[in-house]
Design a protein. Sequence first.
Length: 251
Amino acid sequence: MESTAKCEIHMVRNYCLGSEILIERVPTGIDNLDVLLNGGFPRGSLIVLAGNCGSGKTTLAAQFLHAGATKYNEPGILVSFAEGHSVLIEFLRTLGLDFDQLEKQRKVSILDFVSMKEAGISIAIDQILTEISDIKAKRLVIDSFSAIASSFDDKTEVRIMLHAILSKMVRQLGCTTLVIVEIPWGTTPIGMGLEEFVADGVILINSFIEDFQMKRRMLIAKMRGTLHSSKYHDIAITADGISIVPVPTLK
């Protein structure tokens, strides 16, 4: 029987105005991450998910979509500018995530724009917005904004697209959106230096070598209207996907 679990609404105190604001939370589907986010992402927010290669960004984003489709009755869209449709499907299957079946049920849609160049971006945006409307999507993943930016000669156009399209139009449609941003090894800036200011939230994932082993950690650098953890937390990727270890607390 399909789960119809409801998203929670949390009350966050606005100390400047001396009032309380009701913010609907979207559960992430990631073990223990909702604990750090005081219930999940704010509904309709734009979240930047940034990290270096192999850190687990796509895995986290895919679990977010999968949980929405299978647990919370929230259809989702994965827009890929980095990997082809068949490659993504096979990769996600290794994580135990059957997106092929979800696509057939119209609970998830995967849009492949790997070969898209600057001239076709406006067409891609129109198709994304049409798909959001068609399947009544509540969750959206853009993988990756870095790939989109690399196809533009004029970076001013990238800023316009990010602010006007993602920041405004997607929010009006009520989609909680994750935008993946690549951080090259050995650098610390996020993308073009603009994404983190436009976004409602920023999550950083780092992968690094320690004691001859690959390790990963997560930091919630920013999350609008959320009393969130401000510490680094170790994360693990297994056959069951990505999780935060050990079980975290906000204390």
